[in-house]
Ligand binder design. Structure first.
Ligand code: CO
Length: 169
C-alpha cells in the first residue's frame, strides 16, 4: 500500500470527467487500497480517484463503521433534501453549505467486482454524492452563488500561487 498525493484546486485535472472502469482488476483494487490509506491519512470521509490524479470512476468513503470502495458508482434513486456544511480535500480551508439529497440509493461494483446496491442516508449519503460529483468534475464551489464562488476561487488561486512561490524559494 502507498499514500498518493492529493491534487489541489485549481489543478485542471479536477474538472475532467473520469472514465468507466471496464474490469475491477488488480490495478483497480490496489488503487482502492491506496485511496483508503490516503483518505485515512488526510482524515477525510471520502475520496475520488481523480483527487489523486487517476481519471477512473472509483471512489472510497468511510463514515462511522461503513467503509466502501466502489467502481462506477451511480445514483439510482434518492429522496429528500438537506443543506449541510461541506469541505473537500482539494479545496483547503473551504467550507460551504451544500444542498443534497437526504437519502440515496447507489449502485456500483465493489472491490471484488460484484455489483452492489447501497441505501445510504445522513453523512454517508452526503459523502457518496460528493465523491460521485468528483467523477464528473463537479466541486462543492459549483454549488454556491456566483458571487461566493468568485470570492472563493480568487482566494484559492492566490493561495496556490503563494504555495508555488514558497516551494521555489
Ligand atoms: Co471532495
Amino acid at each position: 500500500m502507498s499514500l498518493r498525493e492529493i491534487i489541489v484546486y485549481p489543478d485542471p485535472v479536477l474538472r475532467k470527467k473520469s472514465a468507466y472502469v471496464e474490469e475491477v482488476s488488480k490495478k483497480i483494487t490496489q488503487l482502492m487500497r491506496d485511496m483508503v490509506e490516503t483518505m485515512h491519512a488526510s482524515r477525510g470521509v471520502g475520496l475520488a480517484a481523480v483527487q489523486v490524479g487517476v481519471l477512473k470512476r472509483v471512489i472510497v468513503v468511510n463514515v462511522g463503521e461503513t467503509l466502501l470502495a466502489l467502481a462506477n458508482p451511480e445514483i439510482i434513486g434518492g429522496d429528500g433534501e438537506v443543506q449541510m456544511e461541506e469541505g473537500c480535500l482539494c479545496l483547503p480551508q473551504v467550507l460551504v453549505e451544500v444542498m443534497r439529497k437526504e437519502k440515496v440509493k447507489v449502485k456500483g461494483l465493489n472491490e471484488k467486482g460484484e455489483e452492489v446496491v447501497i441505501d445510504a442516508e445522513g453523512l454517508l449519503a452526503r459523502a457518496l454524492q460528493h465523491e460521485i460529483d468528483h467523477l464528473d468534475g463537479v466541486l462543492i464551489i459549483d454549488k454556491v452563488s456566483k458571487l461566493k464562488r468568485e470570492l472563493l476561487t480568487s482566494k484559492l488561486r492566490k493561495e496556490a500561487k503563494e504555495r508555488a512561490i514558497a516551494k521555489k524559494s
